[in-house]
Design a protein around this ligand. Sequence first.
Ligand SMILES: [Zn+2]
Length: 292
Amino acid sequence: MGKITAALIGNHTRVYISDTTDMVEEARKIHGTYPVATAALGRSITAASIMGKLLKGKKEKLTFQIKGTNLIHSIVVVAWSNGNVKAYISDPQIDIEDHDNRKLNVGGAIGKDGELIIIKDLGLKDPYIGRAPLVSGEIAEDLAQYYLDSEQQPSIISLGVLINKDLSVKSAGGFIAQTMPDITEEEIVLLEDAISKMKPISTILKDYKSHKEMLEALFPNINIKILETYETALKCDCSKEKLESALITLGPDDIKEMMDKDKGAELHCHFCNTYYKFDYDELMKIYELTKE
Ligand SMILES: [Zn+2]
């Protein structure tokens, strides 16, 4: 279970701070990621889960996608408006030299020439698609730049993942803070001062337990008001029924071929790593449906 807390920093800055330790550990087990990939996937999970919470409508959905150019080619996290996510990484077992002592080289593994793609399904005919070139591949910076360029929204973003010696996730989390248009000069000065002295999120995750304490340590001279706390989870939405519908859209010829050649079909969900088997008779039923 993860946890997101919504709060106010001063009077004109909204913040969502998140603990995704359990979610990232679960994703690590599903995908068998090694530390750099765990960190890249974990930062993406934290960002997407908060962005899901930032969606306005209950039925809205968001896809957070990173296209890398070095060792990690693709990360896809789908988030719902309750903050739940499903997550995929194309290259879970990469490793890269050149870590400094405390920080995993996520930017190096993703590469600087990649792209961040945000797809928002707001229940309209066409989804909204925003694309931004990566700034560093470290993800938090890239997302802050995306918000500024694509949504004209100044944002302070920090994302972190700490790994245990046995490669499991020690802690994961982060925050997205966004200023409101009517923020005062005085508040901007306080925020800038806090940012200039801000401790790395990995230190904050290690040193503090509650979200309130974390926010007070991140923004020491500004009043913090906690608004609400939500539970979040890593949860896939796949099912045999959904895959059946997908098979139907393939059309009769492809289904017939699966029946003749393989006497069945096995479909794989890349997000939760589940395999779904369809035997000959099940395919026959689907075949009949494609002809209707
Ligand atoms: Zn699934």
